[in-house]
Design a binder for this molecule. Structure first.
Ligand SMILES: Nc1ncnc2c1ncn2[C@@H]1O[C@H](COP(=O)(O)OS(=O)(=O)O)[C@@H](OP(=O)(O)O)[C@H]1O
Ligand SMILES: Nc1ncnc2c1ncn2[C@@H]1O[C@H](COP(=O)(O)OP(=O)(O)O)[C@@H](O)[C@H]1O
Length: 345
């Protein structure tokens, strides 16, 4: 028996919207009788092999766009696909701008910067209607001609677009064992970044657990939730051009990779900097500033990272910081140099 109701992710919802627009064949969806989007809105129903589209809230149907243009008195509409060309002088007075946005979150920084570029074109006295359309910017499922035709317009031109833009924001994600020096290096790094005139938010492991992740423990599931929450908040900060410095243990490679993906989706390629604070277990244990290792060795703290719980050493760190025999300032400056030297930072 198929599930009565299945939840579609953004990519699947975009595929349904393409199907409704006549831009793509019926998408392959998991077997179900009803499909909803991430907000629980009924998007489509399936019966006897037929898919009936009910409503796709995010994506305005081309027929509605055509109606809107008609109501506004537009005739012989011309369309441009993608962000505006460098030379806008040749653009007509009225223009429909279609922005391929499947796979981009509705508040994507890349999308808003493309829309802002079109708004600047309007300031020159032009009338431009911008419509996000459900095809992927980097590998469009339908060509510009087809998109324009679906919206009742003829194609004037198009500009290829990856749909990712560096917002200037960065997530510096420090990972390492308890006592490795993550908090200490992160705190000094924040001071140095502020001196360099940057806006910084510190999401320290210990502090996050008192607020954002209050109530979570140290099972794998709870650690994963904690780290994903930190990553989500950090991605929102970077999306708007800020720097987020994070310092959880983050012991699992898969979750760190998910956070990297989330951040780069929001703030553009290269916006995630993984810093492995690579102090050895022996050195962390010798420091044992909070007495936790001694307690863990006595069996008083179950599932303690490095002792009775795993730490997966990163193989994808942008920066590896050795702390043995080095002072904090030197380590923080090593990270600072790596962050500020990244293109687009
Ligand atoms: N079982 C166990 N394992 C590891 N650490 C433990 C544990 N129980 C409590 N603590 C204290 O919690 C701090 C680590 O929390 P994090 O949020 O950074 O961990 S994680 O990323 O969710 O794995 C860690 O702080 P730091 O020393 O600053 O890393 C410890 O003080
Ligand atoms: N080069 C270094 N970088 C960071 N911390 C260092 C360094 N050398 C010694 N330490 C000491 O190691 C300890 C690290 O603790 P902390 O920053 O709380 O670690 P974590 O946040 O990784 O648990 C501090 O007492 C700090 O003074």
């Amino acid at each position: 028996m198929p599930d009565a109701r299945a939840r579609l992710d953004d990519a699947q919802v975009a595929a349904v919207a393409r199907y409704r627009a006549g831009l793509a064949p019926r998408p392959d969806l998991p077997p179900a009788e009803e499909y909803e989007d991430a907000q629980g809105v009924l998007v489509a129903t399936a019966a006897d092999g037929d898919l009936t589209v009910v409503e796709v809230p995010r994506w305005e149907p081309p027929s509605a766009v055509v109606e809107r243009l008609h109501d506004e008195g537009w005739t012989d509409t011309v369309a441009w696909v993608g962000p505006p060309p460098d030379d806008v002088a040749e653009l007509p007075q009225r223009l429909l701008a279609l922005l391929p946005a499947a796979g981009l979150p509705p508040d994507s920084a890349a999308l808003s910067s493309a829309a802002a570029a079109w708004a600047a074109v309007c300031e020159g006295g032009r009338d431009v209607i911008v419509v996000p359309v459900p095809v992927s910017p980097d590998a469009p499922e339908a060509g510009p001609e087809e998109l324009a035709a679906a919206h009742g317009a003829s194609l004037l031109g198009s500009r290829p677009w990856s749909g990712t833009a560096r917002t200037g924001g960065t997530v510096v994600f420090c990972t390492g064992l308890s006592g490795a020096g993550k908090s200490t290096i992160a705190a000094r790094l924040v001071e140095l970044l502020i001196e360099a005139g940057r806006t910084v938010t510190l999401l320290d492991g210990d502090e996050v657990r008192h607020h954002l992740s209050a109530g979570l423990g140290f099972s794998k599931a709870d650690r994963d939730t904690n780290v994903r929450r930190i990553g989500w908040v950090a991605a929102q900060i970077a999306k708007h051009g800020g720097i987020a410095v994070c310092a959880p243990i983050a012991p699992y490679a898969e979750v760190r990779a998910d956070v990297r993906r989330e951040v780069e989706a929001q703030a553009g390629p290269g916006s995630f900097v993984l810093v492995h604070v690579a102090t050895s277990l022996a050195d962390c244990e010798a420091r044992d500033r909070k007495g936790l290792y001694a307690r863990a060795r006595r069996g008083e703290i179950p599932a303690f990272t490095g002792i009775s719980d795993p730490y997966e050493t990163p193989s994808d760190a942008e920066v590896t910081v050795e702390t043995a025999g080095r002072d904090v300032d030197e380590c923080a400056r090593q990270v600072l140099a790596a962050v500020l030297s990244r293109p687009g930072s």
